[in-house]
Design a protein around this ligand. Sequence first.
Ligand code: NDP
Length: 328
Amino acid sequence: MQSAGKLMKVFITRRIPQEGLKILSAAGVCEVSQWDSDEPVPRADLLKGIQGAHGLLCLLSDKIDAEVLEAAGPNLKVISTLSVGFDHLAIDEIKKRGIRVGYTPDVLTDATAELTVALLLATARRLPEGVEEVKNGGWSSWKPLWLCGYGLSGSTVGVIGLGRIGMAIAQRLMPFGVKRLLYSGRTAKPHAAEVNGEFVPLDTLVSESDFIVVSCSLTPETQGMCDKSFFSKMKPTAVFINTSRGAVVNQEHLYEALSSGQIAAAGLDVTTPEPLPTNHQLLTLKNCVVLPHIGSATYSTRGVMSALAAQNLLGGLQGTDMPSELTL
Ligand code: NDP
């Protein structure tokens, strides 16, 4: 237990929106040290900064494994991540040590779903290519066969992982005139009825969809799920979108599928690694749109995420309820 009057130690691995910092400072229970930069904390500084900490506020780019937990020592009670994804946390190691985990579900759902729709439309209607042609003089005239893409009206959309974000994506896509909404996952979802969603095996989803949207969590089961065999079952006119985690996709196999014309196009908000090296082969393809993991990047969403992460941290430090605690 903490002795009376002594502040608990918190380490924050990055510069985060003020909303969270204000909540921590107003609570008056912790002393914050922070890697005050927009760039990731170097591993050595993370291992040093976390020594003796009672709480850690981290990002999805920080790998929190046994080494970090050992460096922290026995004080560590809570890890609060500024993300809904938790594949960067060694859950088994964390659980073993009785450390609680907070995360930020729901508050980023709308922003991420919006971005996914934007990426899907940008990819299917070839917006980055069009913008480039305007700038480089490639726009010579209105041409009936130029820069044609694929529309959502009358299409079949397949959502892999109809969770919070997958459902919000489906709700936003249906008004475009989508004819069939297929989804796959471990279990059928009662809420799928709202979007007339049909629960189908993954193979059916892959072979029947005109647009495939990946919005599942990264788990050992979904790691590398979108591979050669997956892409070989897609229609040659189908568009592939991933806003979950890069490791769900085998990028070499995706490159082959895109460059050989096996599938029409891909839009990715997440890659392996992040950032994707600027000389990566996927970036040479016109039919591949890559964004720098900006799913939740609206000013208000990031502010709310920061506040929620701070509240989770405080709950863990004080041994009270967290607004969003991950069940370990
Ligand atoms: P949820 O937990 O609500 O949804 C995750 C979904 O993944 C569930 O519906 C689950 O289905 C599904 N899933 C799990 N295993 C499989 C599987 N083997 N095959 C198919 N589906 C599976 O999480 P959220 O919707 O809130 O977030 C989803 C993911 O989105 C996060 O884990 C994160 O990685 C990513 N994300 C990306 C962002 C970005 O900036 N691009 C922003 C925010 C999140 P079931 O219940 O049937 O198991």
